[in-house]
Design a protein around this ligand. Structure first.
Ligand SMILES: Nc1ncnc2c1ncn2[C@@H]1O[C@H](COP(=O)(O)OP(=O)(O)O)[C@@H](O)[C@H]1O
Ligand SMILES: CSC[C@H]1O[C@H](OP(=O)(O)O)[C@H](O)[C@@H]1O
Length: 399
């Protein structure tokens, strides 16, 4: 029989006292449930002085934002903790520290990052973190290289693919990214004013074919242990610092999916800025986002290539020129996944504050139209966009 039960705030405090690794456990006295994500409970555990000290995160047996009508595996908590532990081995400076986890209780105790801010909230408020995108590129290069066949022993990797098989969470991505936006599905969520653009997307045969190819690669390319949901809402930033959290969608998938999702979220902000800060005021922020996209890709690809040169273990994959050829494929995948993220976050189930918090309805619809058409064009032209400078040129052209 499972030991699982859903924690109350009191349970979370008791758990943090036992497993929070603090020197003075009895000083932990209160818990606030602060979860604002779509899926789980997150408790901030405070001491007698009211200072938050550790985080207790627990999976619910269903999708939080929908309710008990959508049951969801508790195994996602194990996957999240184990993904973060592995990513933390290879990139500790940019991965939240897991202090303890229990698969049966679907619970994890994490370092408290309350002195950081969620990157998306900062981007929405127009705050710029000039080092963040390069740090994110470093995180992605370290985690994806070290879990790929360039570095891992082939037999170990096959066992790891099995350990990180995450069918229910992958199905969410398969449906929400690649299927729902292109059909009439009750999970979709968009204002009626966008119906003509949505109808046009759905009627675009070349787009549907390109999305089919992206989904097929997501289903079948077990290249590295992805974060699987790396958007600006699953990244904490502070001055000169960045940490990834929330890796429950982790699985062995196509390397391009993670940088593509991250770039897509930077571009969602790019599309939303005129509505968030005003049309004229948006110019600086938009330049920063394009700089972010450039730095993210360059830091990721340069570090990946250096790791491939210095640390590749497989004698065949170490062939000079092969890592470069691999990264070309990754780049084209990333541009496609970036476009898919723009579309699904605009008309699918899960939206983003970069667009949804725009107060003026007409302006919001214009920004959403921009996100949809940019997403569509990026998916359609992903194979012709040769490098990040050409991508930026196209984004300017599509503005
Ligand atoms: N380690 C942490 N330190 C401080 N706050 C956190 C931490 N982890 C999560 N949070 C807060 O909880 C929110 C939801 O966490 P998240 O992991 O994104 O949940 P979900 O899995 O439901 O998406 C975050 O947006 C953040 O505000
Ligand atoms: C039904 S889950 C929808 C959506 O939620 C996840 O995002 P978050 O990190 O904000 O919880 C993930 O992107 C899923 O696609």
């Amino acid at each position: 029989m499972s030991r699982y039960y859903t924690f109350t705030a009191k349970d979370a405090v008791e758990y943090a006292r036992q497993f929070g690794g603090v020197a003075d456990p009895q000083s932990l006295v209160t818990a606030d449930e602060i979860g604002d994500g779509n899926l789980n409970l997150v408790f901030k555990i405070r001491d007698t002085a009211g200072k938050s000290r550790v985080i207790v995160k627990q999976a619910l047996p269903y999708v939080r934002c929908v309710g008990e009508s959508w049951p969801l595996t508790l195994d996602r908590a194990r996957i999240e903790a184990e993904t973060l532990i592995i990513h933390g081995q290879y990139c500790p400076q940019h991965t939240v520290t897991v202090l303890h986890h229990d698969a049966e209780l679907a619970v994890m105790v994490q370092e408290d990052l309350s002195d950081h801010h969620i990157w998306r909230s900062e981007l929405v408020q127009g705050k710029y973190y000039p080092q963040a995108s390069a740090q994110l590129g470093e995180y992605l290069a370290q985690t994806l290289f070290h879990t790929s066949d360039f570095f891992q022993n082939a037999q170990t990797k096959k066992a790891e693919v099995s350990r990180f098989t995450n069918p229910e969470l992958c199905q969410i991505t398969e449906d929400l990214f690649f299927t729902d936006p292109y059909v009439d599905h009750e999970r979709n969520n968009f204002d009626a004013v966008l119906q003509p653009e949505v109808d046009a997307l759905r009627a675009d045969k070349p787009l549907r074919l390109a999305v089919a190819a992206l989904k097929h690669r997501f289903l079948s390319k077990a290249e590295a242990l992805l974060h699987g949901d790396i958007h600006s809402g699953s990244i904490f930033v502070a001055e000169g610092k960045l940490k990834a959290i929330d890796a429950e969608f982790g699985y062995y998938g196509p390397v391009g999916f993670d940088p593509g999702s991250a770039m897509g979220n930077l571009l969602l902000n790019y599309c939303g800025l005129p509505g968030l800060v005003g049309v004229r005021e948006a110019a600086d922020g938009r330049e920063q986002r394009l700089k972010d996209v450039r730095e993210l890709w360059l830091s990721f690809s340069e570090r990946f290539l250096k790791l491939a040169r210095d640390k590749s273990q497989d004698p065949t994959l170490a062939e000079p020129g092969y890592a470069e050829a691999f990264l070309h494929e990754v780049w084209h995948d990333a541009v496609g996944y970036c476009g898919a993220e723009l579309i699904r976050r605009t008309i699918g189930l899960a939206h983003v504050a970069d667009l949804d918090t725009i107060k003026d309805a007409a302006m919001r619809a214009d920004c959403q139209r921009h996100a949809l058409s940019l997403g569509q064009k990026l998916i359609l032209t992903a194979q012709q966009i040769t490098d990040v400078e050409s991508l930026i040129a196209r984004i300017r052209q599509f503005s």
